[in-house]
Design a protein around this ligand. Structure first.
Ligand code: AMP
Ligand code: ZN
Length: 492
């Protein structure tokens, strides 16, 4: 088996992945801002990193996966209004109520798309003391200054000593030439400086005491602090959407180096944007729809509703580093592809081995396709190519199930491997689960498959998966009945 290659934004190259302390891997992914609902663009990024997490687990790594919740003021620049406070005012709620409401909603969405929960999900608001500490360290090292109760990172000074802009490939002169001159009102010494601590005006509700007076942390600081706290000063992978590369991740690196001399992660991975007619889907542009709207088909961009698994499949058909344009036609095609895969998975469960005339070439092709799926995942998590391998296997499975080809054309070993590999790869690596779309005549077969997956999970002591299957079916109004003769099901 080949070794895993990843595209590292830091070096702009595909590199062999070498964890600092194998088999342990530290993975930090910037989580959602929770002042409103996530849209499908956000889901794409979280699904991309879910695949990365799943592949690392499948490859035998012990992953500590940290994904934060940005629940403290999300200021995209130093002067803009705090979006969390704005939303709290509109909804007449406490800011923490807003954060909780949308955090709960985010979890529901991640469950719908079958994205695994992280190992740690720290909240920015729970790490204010650590953030104040890091501000102090950066100041002590001489890379930040105080002005009127706020603290700013001194980018030019940092640049002179460490270089700023390595991740995004921007140099400071270019950045300066694109930046407005500071007006006389600004507390910042230079236009590229960014706030790491902000003074809170009297009406600002989210505020904490600090050596510089009451205030709140700058947006970029939380991820530097929480990744360092849970994964160490130097860890393996840091991820997020491409739009976070600059300024968010660039500023994170500066803060990390400015406070402890290390740059945080060895590998910076970025997933590309979900677009609508070529434009990035975003909260502010209003060209986004929520997962609930997507499922119900309740948005002007949607011809019909699409199930979460179909959408997940649609996302996996494109490599995570490429942009993905939303279209109804592409989703309808994905629906067909997804169903083909599910049907093959069901058909495989009905097959049992019988001896026959082994066909070395067919047997070899099946083995090769199974290997290729793994090789493709090792090639920078190429789900698009891995899906092509699975389709090749689906064709073979269908031929066996339709009696166009005898199971004995495969060696018994290959047949058994295929039976274990195919559903495991689809459900565990790609996270694609069977789902019924109402009035489906394959309900029985699909239920049989779910029962088998649950049984396998229990035999592997993977009780979180087995409980999840039982609980999610219960939510969907289906009761699993465990008896001496095995498991059956009924509509509750
Ligand atoms: P936010 O809550 O806006 O900070 O976004 C959460 C995550 O979604 C970040 O990693 C963003 O980079 C990512 N993201 C935002 N818009 C899109 C999009 N249109 N396509 C893919 N990812 C996105
Ligand atoms: Zn972040």
């Amino acid at each position: 088996m080949s070794t895993l290659q990843v595209t590292n934004s830091l070096t702009r190259k595909k590199e062999a992945f070498q964890p600092i302390n194998p088999p342990f891997v530290g993975l930090y992914v910037c989580g959602p801002t929770v002042y409103n609902e996530v849209h499908l663009g956000n889901v794409r990024t979280f699904v991309a990193f879910d695949i990365i997490y799943r592949w690392l687990l499948y490859s035998g790594y012990k992953v500590r996966y940290v994904r934060n919740i940005t629940d403290v003021g999300h200021l995209t620049d130093d002067t803009e209004e705090d979006k969390m406070l704005k939303q709290a005012k509109v909804m007449q709620l406490e800011p923490m109520e807003v954060a909780q409401k949308y955090t709960n909603g985010f979890h529901d969405v991640m469950d719908l798309f079958n994205a695994l929960r992280p190992s740690i999900e720290p909240q920015a608001s729970g790490h204010i003391i650590e953030q104040i500490e890091m501000v102090k360290e950066i100041m002590d090292a001489g890379y930040a200054y105080e002005a009127n109760g706020s603290v700013y990172f001194n980018v030019e000074h940092f640049n002179a000593e460490h270089g700023y802009g390595q991740l995004s490939g921007r140099n400071i002169d270019e950045l300066l030439s694109n930046t407005r001159e500071l007006d006389g009102q600004s507390e910042k010494r230079a236009p590229l400086d960014f706030a790491i601590w902000k003074h809170a005006a009297p009406e600002h509700i989210m505020r904490w005491p600090s050596p510089w007076g009451d205030g709140f942390p700058g947006w970029h600081l939380e991820c530097s602090v929480m990744s360092t706290k849970y994964l160490g000063e130097q860890f393996d992978i840091h991820g997020g959407g491409m739009d976070l590369k600059f300024p968010h991740h660039e500023c994170e690196i500066a803060q990390n180096k400015g406070s402890n001399g290390n740059g945080g992660a060895n590998y910076w991975l970025h997933s590309n944007m979900l677009t609508v007619n070529g434009t990035k889907m975003s909260k502010s542009l209003g060209n986004g729809f929520t997962p609930a709207e997507l499922i119900a088909g309740d948005h002007e961009l949607l011809d019909q509703g699409y199930s979460p698994m179909v959408v997940r499949f649609f996302m996996l058909q494109t490599h995570y580093t490429s942009t993905l344009d939303f279209s109804n036609a592409a989703l309808k095609a994905a629906e067909k592809g997804y169903q083909r895969l599910m049907k093959a998975m069901v058909a495989l469960t009905t097959l049992t081995y019988e001896n026959g005339q082994v066909d070395a070439s067919i047997n070899g092709e099946v083995k090769k396709a199974m290997e290729a799926a793994g090789e493709h995942m090792n090639d920078d998590f190429n789900t698009a190519m891995a899906l092509a391998d699975l389709f090749e296997l689906s064709n073979r499975i269908n031929a066996l199930a339709n009696n166009q080809q005898h199971v004995g054309t495969l060696e018994e070993d290959t047949f058994n491997q295929l039976k274990a590999f195919f559903p495991k790869f689809i459900t565990e690596v790609l996270g694609l689960l069977p789902e019924t779309t109402g009035g489906d005549s394959h309900m029985d077969e699909v239920m049989q498959l779910l029962i088998e997956i649950r049984q396998d999970a229990r035999s592997n002591k993977d009780f979180s998966t087995s409980d999840k299957i039982r609980d999610r079916l219960k939510e969907a109004g289906i009761q699993l009945l465990d008896g001496k003769e095995g498991t059956s099901w009924e509509k509750a």
